[in-house]
Design a protein around this ligand. Structure first.
Ligand code: AGV
Ligand code: CA
Length: 307
C-alpha cells in the first residue's frame, strides 16, 4: 500500500478528487489538508468531513485546516461554491459529522504525517503550494520523506488562466495565489509531476460529460459528482474566464493511473516578482519536472466510472 497525503483547496473538482481518492483501494490515505483558497475554509472543511463520513468506506481520518494566506486571493464568486457543495442533501442525511478535525494546522499536520509513517509518502496537491512550502521551511528534513509530488498548477506554455490586473496573462491560479511557495518547492529535490493548463485544457467540463453522469445517477457517487459539476459553467460556444475544466480530477487520477496521460521531462523555473509572479517556465538552468502533455480523454472519463 502506497502512502498518500492529499492537500486541496475546496473547489468543486478538489472535493470530487477527494471523493475519487477515497474509492482507490491500493493506497493508504495518511492525511488531508484543506485550504480556504478556491473556497472558504469552513464549508470546504465541513464538506471534506462529510464526504469522508459518507463515502470513505469506514476510513478514519482527521482533515487539517490550513491557515496559509494568499498573495493574490481567488475571486469570491468561485469561493462560494463550497457553501453549496457542503449543503447538498446527499451529504447531510445523518445530520451530524463524525470525522474529526486535526489538532494541528495543515502545514504542521503534513510534517507530522510524513514523519510518523514508516515509508515515504506521495503528495497530491490540487491547491496552492503554501502548506508544503511552510512545512519545508519549518523542517527541511521532510523532503526526504516525500516520494513524489503530484501538483495541479502552473503552465509551461505562457497561456495562464488568471484574469486580474497587474499580471501578464501567463500565470496559472494556484501558482498565482502564492508564487513564493512554488519557488520554495521548486528549489528542493522533491520529484515533481506537474499537471498544468496545457494538459487540463484537454479535459473541459462539457454538456455531454454532464449528460453521461445524469444517466448514471443511481450510483450515489456519480450523483454527487453530477451535483457538484452542476454548480460550475461548462465549455460552451467558447472558453471564458469561468469555464470549468477537470483540473484536479486529472491530477488525482494521473497520480494513480499513469497511463491516463503522456509526459515529458522539462527543466523549469518560477518567477516570483513583478507582473509574471507565479509564472512557471522552461529554463536550461531549471530543475527537472515531469510535465503532463497529452491526456487519453476516453481512458480518463472511463476511469471515473470504474471507480
Ligand atoms: O487553476 C486551476 C485550479 C484547480 O486547482 N483552480 C480550480 C481547480 O480547483 C482555480 C481556478 C481557475 N479557474 C477557475 C478556478 C474557475 N473558472 N472556477 C473556479 N476555480
Ligand atoms: Ca483546486
Amino acid at each position: 500500500m502506497k502512502n498518500v497525503y492529499f492537500n486541496h483547496d475546496g473547489g468543486v473538482d478538489d472535493l470530487v478528487s477527494l471523493l475519487l481518492l477515497l474509492q482507490m483501494d491500493n493506497i493508504k490515505i495518511t492525511g488531508v489538508g484543506v485550504m480556504g483558497a478556491d473556497s472558504y475554509l469552513e464549508p470546504a472543511l465541513s464538506a471534506t468531513r462529510k464526504i469522508i463520513d459518507r463515502f470513505g468506506n469506514g476510513i478514519e481520518l482527521a482533515p487539517a485546516a490550513s491557515n496559509s494566506r494568499a498573495a493574490h486571493p481567488f475571486p469570491k464568486d468561485w469561493r462560494m461554491d463550497a457553501f453549496s457543495f457542503d449543503a447538498f442533501p446527499i451529504l447531510n442525511e445523518s445530520g451530524k459529522i463524525k470525522t474529526p478535525v486535526a489538532v494541528n494546522p495543515a502545514h504542521l499536520d503534513l510534517i507530522e504525517k510524513l514523519k510518523s509513517e514508516s515509508g515515504k509518502t506521495t503528495l497530491i496537491m490540487t491547491s496552492p503550494l503554501s502548506d508544503l512550502a511552510r512545512a519545508i521551511k519549518s523542517d527541511p528534513t521532510i523532503v526526504d520523506r516525500i516520494e513524489e509530488l503530484y501538483w495541479m498548477g502552473g503552465t509551461m506554455d505562457n497561456r495562464g488562466n488568471v484574469a486580474e490586473p497587474e499580471q501578464d496573462g501567463t500565470i496559472e491560479w494556484n501558482a498565482y495565489w502564492d508564487p513564493e511557495a512554488v519557488k520554495i518547492v521548486w528549489d528542493t529535490k522533491i520529484p515533481i509531476h506537474m499537471v498544468g493548463l496545457e494538459s487540463t485544457r484537454q479535459v473541459p467540463l462539457t454538456r455531454s460529460v454532464r449528460q453521461h453522469w445524469a444517466l448514471e445517477r443511481q450510483y450515489p457517487i456519480i450523483d454527487l459528482i453530477g451535483q457538484g459539476y452542476a454548480l460550475v459553467p461548462p465549455l460552451e460556444h467558447f472558453e471564458t474566464n469561468s469555464t470549468y475544466f477537470m483540473w484536479d480530477v486529472l491530477t488525482t487520477l494521473y497520480s494513480q493511473f499513469l497511463d491516463v496521460a503522456e509526459t515529458k521531462r522539462v527543466l523549469s523555473d518560477v518567477s516570483i516578482a513583478g507582473e509574471s509572479a507565479g509564472r512557471t517556465f522552461e529554463s536550461e538552468n531549471g530543475r527537472p519536472v515531469t510535465l503532463v502533455t497529452k491526456v487519453n480523454h476516453d481512458r480518463f472519463f472511463a476511469l471515473i466510472d470504474e471507480l
